[in-house]
Design a protein around this ligand. Structure first.
Ligand SMILES: [Zn+2]
Length: 257
């Protein structure tokens, strides 16, 4: 196990239903299997139950299955021994990756309950991706899908030669949905990552799929726009029948050299 104690940074070892460090700090495995390695829990920053349900409903409809397939194939090209997924959510992508050891981190306990129930192949842990409870140079593969780029931590936990896969929405991602809601929809900006990692490859993938009426609102809730959109604009989705939606993604592959 590559996990570290969030209190003293010593290695964690699994003892019965607990993960313990040499200084006797202990963390219980939840009944679903995930660990809570977040020390300060006064505020829950992670996605709530409603959000997790919306995302699960949409992802189960298969709208993003092409991205999952692409990512799984891409990571398979390189031999993954230890993989970490930063901002893994419900583990939709994490569950598909092949590696001897897999770790998924997210701030949302609700998301990880779901993830660990459905994917025993990954050790999920509640933690900030900006303070990963992982050993230095412990992973040869790191993935971030639609979560912020945790530069320092990714550079730290990757092995020499290890690879980082970063997925972000393309310029016209969900543009039909934006057109429905906004008078002047904007395209997403594509910014280069500032990092010491070296960019090796870049893939641009796109797919248009039919989104049923009941999945449209779930899809919209998954976007960062949801929380800054007026109710009357959100209501336009409720009056919309199913429609064709284009999903566009940029997958960037970096290597630590
Ligand atoms: Zn400790």
């Amino acid at each position: 196990m590559k996990l570290l104690c969030p209190i003293c940074n010593e290695k964690l070892v699994k003892v019965d239903r607990q993960a313990r460090c040499a200084n006797n700090h202990s963390f219980d495995y939840a009944k679903q299997g995930y660990l809570n390695l977040l020390i300060k829990q006064s505020v829950d920053h992670g996605d709530n139950k409603e959000m997790v349900q919306a995302r699960t409903q949409f992802l189960n409809s298969g709208g993003y299955a092409f991205l999952k397939q692409e990512l799984v194939n891409l990571t398979k090209k390189y031999d993954s021994h230890v993989l970490c997924d930063l901002g893994c959510g419900e583990g939709y992508y994490t569950s598909g990756f092949q590696a001897e050891e897999k770790y998924g981190f997210d701030m949302s306990k609700e998301a990880l309950k779901h993830a660990s129930k459905n994917d025993p192949s990954t050790q999920y842990a509640v933690a900030s991706i900006f303070r990963l409870p992982l050993e230095d140079a412990s992973c040869d593969t790191a993935v971030t899908c639609f979560a912020p780029f945790a530069k320092d931590e990714i550079e730290r936990v990757l092995t020499q030669g290890g690879r980082f896969f970063f997925v972000s929405p393309g310029p016209k991602h969900l543009f039909e949905l934006k057109q429905l809601i906004y008078d002047t929809p904007y395209e997403n900006e594509m910014k280069d990552l500032e990092t010491t990692l070296v960019k090796e490859e870049e893939y641009f993938i796109s797919n248009t799929f039919h989104c049923e009426k009941e999945n449209l609102i779930s899809l919209f809730k998954m976007t960062p726009y949801y929380h800054r959109t007026r109710n009357e604009d959100i209501d336009k989705i409720n009056h919309q029948d199913g429609m064709d939606i284009t999903a566009e993604f940029l997958i960037r592959v970096y290597q630590k050299r």
